[in-house]
Write a protein of this length. Structure first.
Lengths: 177, 249
């Protein structure tokens, strides 16, 4: 969630409650378990790490809800690195989904490009596993484990196809709002 | 061989079906070059035009516009007989549904294109014997297709595709009807062909088949939308494989 919050700040500084609302909208039913407190905990952590800077709005009491958060240069670098990361072998679907959503909203990257990059990387990995599987004799053993990895990679690749279908042509309509 | 060393070359390739309101642009301005020894996979959803593209490249269908060159020779302008001769000598086809002649044995199926290409019965027999051994079916040479499993039939079909030493093998969903074990058998044969320098174009929607290629193009609505080199720049060791399996951390 930290990176998603950072990415949301890439377009413009924002209040915690606004970030919370956007994350919940992006995650749909999966976001229902999120509470507003988590956002402030996350923002506080990011601030301590020097990735965001919080600024108190004028004339208001010192409370996290009143702060406007902005990315620091280090935070900006972290966002760029995160967009390029491939989550394998522990793919986090919600994270990639958020990546697409915030990248489109903040116009950080073309979602189609993110999907294509992710697919290329997974196909390279599938190629390696496939080659290892082909080198194994057809007996249950390591081959069975490799088969499991192949199936998991395939499932992820098919989900990427679904992402591509959903985001193709949606590029210009996706506005923050 | 032409100067570029490309076994297959297509320029501005277009194939339309129907017309007016019902016009389908199955292949829409495709440019392609397949160098000798490359394994190219073409992926895309059903109806994206990938099978049509394969048919155009192999001279099974004629393009609406554009050019197809096989080993430096333009084929889309050839007459029917010259085209049929070119297909027999230069292209090996592998189909999803095998297309074996049910009345002929495995060996006879493999021999048939060799005989049609003008080889002597003795030479055709020699070639079929070697190829059936190569695909692991030496012991089934006399079997009729009906007595073979799906995977075995496809291996016979691959042997048949190779019998005239084609410049390129074109495979259309070669594992579409096969289970996992048979798919791996077919992929092992393709891997063997790749190592031997055979040029190969595979149309597939199976990611595991596509992943064995050197290069992967994705097709949507008759056009290429992505082009990926899959061959790793530097081979990763076992540590890399451990990473793939998630064994590290």
């Amino acid at each position: 969630m930290q990176e998603a919050v950072l990415a949301l700040l890439a377009k413009e500084p924002s209040h915690g409650y606004h970030l919370y609302a956007r994350l919940r909208r992006a995650l749909g039913p999966l976001g229902e378990s999120m509470n507003r407190g988590q956002i402030y905990v996350t923002l506080a952590r990011l601030e301590r790490a020097g990735l965001v800077a919080g600024e108190r709005a004028e004339g208001l009491a010192e409370r996290p809800e009143r702060k406007v958060y902005a990315l620091t240069p280090a935070g900006r670098e972290r966002v760029a690195a995160w967009l390029g990361e491939v989550g394998w072998p522990k793919p986090d679907l919600a994270e990639f989904h958020l990546k697409l959503t915030v990248a489109a909203a903040a116009r950080l990257a073309d979602p189609m490009e993110l999907v294509a990059a992710q697919r290329r990387e997974l196909l390279r990995r599938l190629r390696e596993v496939q080659r290892a599987a082909l080198a194994e004799p057809a007996a249950p053993g390591a081959g069975l484990l490799l088969e499991g990895v192949v199936l998991r990679l395939q499932a992820y690749l098919r989900w990427l196809d679904a992402c591509e279908r959903a985001w193709s042509g949606a590029g210009d309509e996706v506005e923050d709002g | 061989m032409n100067r570029s060393g490309a076994v297959l070359r297509a320029r501005g390739l277009v194939k339309h079906y129907g017309r007016g309101q019902s016009l389908v642009r199955a292949v829409d301005e495709v440019d392609l070059e397949v160098p000798e020894g490359q394994t190219l996979a073409v992926m895309g959803p059903s109806g994206c035009g990938k099978s049509t593209l394969l048919h155009l490249l192999g001279g099974l269908e004629r393009p609406t516009a554009g050019e197809v060159w096989v080993a430096g020779r333009r084929i889309d302008t050839l007459g029917e007989r010259a085209l049929a001769r070119m297909r027999r000598r230069s292209v090996g086809f592998v189909f999803q549904a095998f297309h074996l002649v049910e009345e002929l044995s495995a060996a006879e199926n493999v021999e048939l294109p060799a005989l049609l290409a003008g080889h002597s019965p003795r030479e055709a027999r020699r070639r079929a014997g070697l190829l059936l051994e190569r695909v692991g079916l030496a012991g089934r040479a006399r079997h009729l297709p009906s007595r073979l499993s799906g995977g075995q039939r496809q291996r016979v079909a691959i042997a048949r595709a190779l019998v005239n030493d084609p410049l390129v093998v074109l495979a259309d969903e070669p594992t579409g009807n096969l289970d996992t074990a048979a798919t791996l058998d077919v992929l092992r044969i393709f891997e063997d062909l790749r190592a031997a320098g055979q040029t190969l174009v595979i149309v597939t929607h199976d990611e595991r088949v596509a992943a064995t290629a050197d290069r992967l193009v994705s097709m949507r609505d008759g056009m290429f939308v992505d082009d990926t080199r899959l061959a790793a720049a530097q081979p990763r060791g076992l540590g890399g494989l451990g990473g793939l399996l998630g064994l590290e951390g």
